[in-house]
Design a protein around this ligand. Structure first.
Ligand SMILES: NC(=O)c1ccc[n+]([C@@H]2O[C@H](COP(=O)([O-])OP(=O)(O)OC[C@H]3O[C@@H](n4cnc5c(N)ncnc54)[C@H](O)[C@@H]3O)[C@@H](O)[C@H]2O)c1
Length: 260
């Protein structure tokens, strides 16, 4: 029997880390509904899942919209019989100081990165309670602990993810729902490619990734699959005593002070 046989998960974000987590969970037997707003990426993931015979359904869903999130939770419960796991990986990463960030961008960042976690829990926790418990993972970031210049909205949102994770963990421990966050360092995804284009315009992405990799004591950037491995552990029964925590998967980045 596979480890997640009979489990039901919702994962937000159909590229990068969200995609790797959805596939990792489905590979060990979970039924997964992956929610994303990128039509082409959704289609690609659905085809990958089909080709691998995974029970992974992909839903076009804007996770900032209450009706869309409510419908995604309802569809999951209807199709798979309940809900055990939520992974919030969807995010928007704008660049700029607060002076450079307009209100619309600020609000969108906070709504995608934090509001969607609220919405998923608001509609998802009652369904999890009916199953007698569950597990939630929120993708935070090392930028919630210590940040670069020029990422004010994103850094603020990731600090809020850490706080909301603790609040959810305390409020729902008695429901047997464990809530943890993961803070990755630099991970090879479309988001990191956009960061490379922003911070080093005109430089080859591979070169920027190589340079950023050197800032991590392990000497390289990470992969989405390495983050998915930690997520699989944290939602499993092997992590039964873990809740309210933040777990680094950062190649040692935060262990040093300006260490190269
Ligand atoms: N890649 C990194 O280096 C890194 C580092 C630290 C933290 N993170 C975090 O990991 C998580 C995953 O990021 P990633 O690197 O895989 O980036 P990504 O850009 O590949 O994934 C983010 C996904 O969120 C989706 N999304 C954005 N707005 C949405 C909305 N309104 N509704 C539904 N989906 C929406 C995007 O379409 C995209 O598929 C994010 O929370 C990110 O902040 C990433």
């Amino acid at each position: 029997m596979k480890e997640f046989e009979g489990k039901v998960a919702i994962v937000t974000g159909t590229t990068g880390i969200g995609r790797a987590i959805a596939k990792r969970f489905a590979a060990v037997g979970s039924n997964v509904l992956a929610c994303g707003i990128e039509v082409a990426a959704n289609k690609e993931l659905a085809l990958e899942a089909q080709a691998s015979g995974l029970s992974l359904h992909v839903e076009l869903c804007d996770v900032t919209q209450a009706n869309a999130v409510r419908a995604a939770v309802a569809k999951t419960v209807k199709e798979f019989g309940g809900l055990d796991i939520i992974v919030n990986s969807a995010a928007f990463h704008p660049f700029g100081t607060v002076v450079e960030t307009d209100l619309e961008t600020w609000n969108r960042c906070l709504m995608v990165n934090v509001g969607s976690i609220y919405l998923m829990a608001h509609y998802g926790v009652p369904a999890m309670k009916k199953r007698g418990g569950g597990a939630i993972i929120n993708l935070a970031s090392v930028q919630g602990h210590a940040c670069q210049r020029g990422v004010a909205a994103y850094a603020a949102s990731k600090g809020a993810v850490h706080s909301l994770t603790r609040a959810l963990a305390l409020d729902h421990a008695s429901d047997n729902i464990r809530v943890n966050s993961i803070s990755p360092g630099s991970i090879r995804t479309p988001m990191l490619e956009r960061s490379a284009a922003n911070f080093a315009p005109g430089v080859l992405v591979a070169e920027v990734f190589q340079r950023w990799g050197q800032a991590h004591p392990l000497g390289r950037i990470g992969t989405p699959e390495e983050v998915a491995e930690l997520a699989a552990f944290l939602v499993s029964d092997r992590a039964a005593f873990c809740t309210g925590g933040d777990y680094l998967v950062d190649g040692g980045l935060l262990a040093g002070i300006g260490v190269q």
